[in-house]
Design a protein around this ligand. Structure first.
Ligand code: NAD
Length: 498
């Protein structure tokens, strides 16, 4: 049985833990590896190594830190397919979707390779006569990241490359449900020339997260995962006086105006609601039909019903299984609950079977209409391939519904009217808005800006905000006395600074 190693002090080591968690192929339930719950001693070693490495890494020239990221992005591209295969085998994502997961991470590494310009501070000459003020961006020390199962390449890559490019060292605690992908990412990071100790990986679950939350040497924590855990991590981390950014769950609405391009609406809604089996924090889970747009509901349901899940290497499969039997049960329970609550079940994904995979965690595409905001299927993040359709009479009503929802990760509007789009983008209380685009995940030169109950903290992931999260600003006010100027001793004949 493959045992997933820890990565401590620049070595891949087998944990001495007596507690191991099975990693399963969600299409078959076959156990493909076991992941350890790191011991207290192992985690302390990781912290000590990260603290020690920080002292030298923060002094490495910023252009050299950037070059590590350049080599890393080249290696990730070279191994793109291979990483995607590992990812697909442990998450069940289709190969193309797995490649997308890796690609969105590579883009963040490319961003991290721009670190010299991202770290530039501010300067004002003569803030008073003969006095200048300028600022530097300096690293924090040891940072840590706790990641979810649903993007095992992209989300670790949101975190450690930028943190390390800023001059920090980093401890990663990947999801225990799919740790093989992050392990491969870390092997390649070492190959890219990252010095010993700048990145550590500890595996496990709640106890290992609690260690990170309570360890005084950890200065900042990035978390991505579910709402309840995000709130817990934000509270306990900040109580321990750490900087915390916690990205949590969502309920993303797509508003469909009657003037929208119907065929675009149908294909985009289908992909955004059931793609990746709905296991995306930016999935569209609520469609809000404005006025006559509701007449398209039967056609959308018919298209949705045609979508077929399947094994990751089946080119015809639209999406894969849910991550675990528990996740499947939870989603099916919500579907049953929706029926009880009085929503109309137009497409029922329960008891889904996929030929050749009798034990997979399959849930077929599912669609409800006549969903109201008091129903549990509306109030909860289902995190499965389930689309809830609601109907309103006006854009104002749609806005009121979206703004009353406690989450604020993403939303989109489909319309041919610039005025309607402008009104929606301006007034909606959601951090990422798509206009005729269903899943508006910003590229890394912007930031991932979830709002309200989908994010706890101040500074968001990647972009300029990511750099600010992983650094401190030092502001210097300096005066030099002209009377101290010494005579020049001789010319420097080289191009070098000295
Ligand atoms: P999860 O909260 O169960 O797990 C996330 C991480 O927290 C894992 O590393 C896990 O080991 C750890 N963890 C789990 N329970 C814990 C506990 N009680 N105490 C401390 N740590 C704990 O999330 P998941 O199921 O892996 O991921 C799916 C969730 O992540 C969804 O809610 C999804 O919306 C959310 N998500 C959000 C974003 C975003 O950017 N907002 C992105 C991706 C996923």
């Amino acid at each position: 049985m493959k045992k997933v190693p820890l990565y401590i002090d620049g070595e891949f080591i087998q944990s001495q833990s007596d507690k191991w968690i099975d990693v399963t192929n969600p299409a078959t339930q076959e156990v493909i590896a076991q992941v350890p719950c790191a011991t207290q001693d192992e985690m302390k070693q990781a912290v000590e190594s990260a603290q020690k490495a920080f002292l030298t890494w923060k002094e490495v020239a910023v252009s050299e830190r950037a070059r590590v990221m350049m080599r890393y992005q080249a290696l990730l591209k070279e191994h793109h397919d291979e990483i995607a295969e590992i990812l697909a085998s442990e998450t069940g994502k289709t190969f193309e979707d797995a490649k997308g997961d890796v690609w969105r991470g590579i883009e963040v590494v490319e961003h991290a390779a721009n670190i010299p310009s991202l770290l530039m501070g501010e300067t004002v000459e003569n803030v008073a006569r003969g006095i200048d003020t300028y600022s530097f961006t300096q690293p924090l020390g040891v940072c840590a990241g706790i990641t979810p199962f649903n993007f095992p390449a992209m989300i670790p890559l949101w975190m450690f490359p930028l943190a390390i490019a800023c001059g920090n060292t980093f401890i990663l605690k990947p999801s225990e449900q799919d740790p093989l992908t992050p392990t491969r990412l870390v092997e390649l990071f070492e190959q890219a020339g990252a010095p010993k100790g700048v990145l550590q990986v500890i595996h496990g679950a709640k106890d290992q997260v609690d260690f990170i939350l309570d360890e005084p040497a950890v200065k900042a924590i990035s978390f991505v995962g579910s709402v309840a855990v995000g709130q817990y991590i934000y509270r306990r981390g900040t109580e321990n006086m750490k900087r915390v950014q916690a990205f949590a769950g969502a309920k993303n609405h797509c508003v469909i105006m009657p003037d929208a391009n119907k065929s675009q609406v149908i294909s985009n809604l289908v992909g955004a609601s059931v793609g990746a089996a709905g296991q995306r924090c930016m999935a569209i889970s609520v469609a809000v039909f404005v006025g006559a747009a509701k007449e398209w509901i039967p056609e959308i349901a018919a298209e949705l019903a045609k979508v077929k899940p399947g094994g990751w290497d089946n080119k015809d499969a639209a999406y894969g299984p849910l991550i675990s039997p528990q996740a499947k049960q939870r989603v099916e329970n919500f579907i049953t609950q929706g029926v009880k609550e009085g929503a109309e079940l137009l497409v029922d994904g329960r008891n889904c079977e996929v030929e050749g995979f009798p034990n997979g965690n399959w849930v077929g595409p599912t669609m409800f209409s006549k969903v109201t905001t008091d129903m549990e299927i509306y109030k909860n993040e289902i995190f499965g391939p389930v689309l809830c359709a609601t109907e309103v009479d006006s854009l104002d009503e749609a806005l009121a519904m979206v703004n009353a929802n406690p989450y604020g990760n993403g939303t989109s509007i489909f319309t041919a009217s610039g005025a309607a789009a402008r009104k929606y983008q301006h007034n909606v209380e959601v951090g990422q808005v798509g206009i005729n685009i269903p899943i508006p995940v910003p590229l890394p030169f912007f930031s991932f800006t979830g709002w309200k109950g989908s994010f706890f903290g101040d500074l968001h992931a990647y972009g300029k905000q990511g750099v600010r999260f992983y650094s401190e600003t030092k502001t210097i006010t300096a005066r030099w006395f002209e009377s101290d100027i010494a005579d020049v001793t001789g010319p420097n004949m080289t191009i070098n600074l000295r």
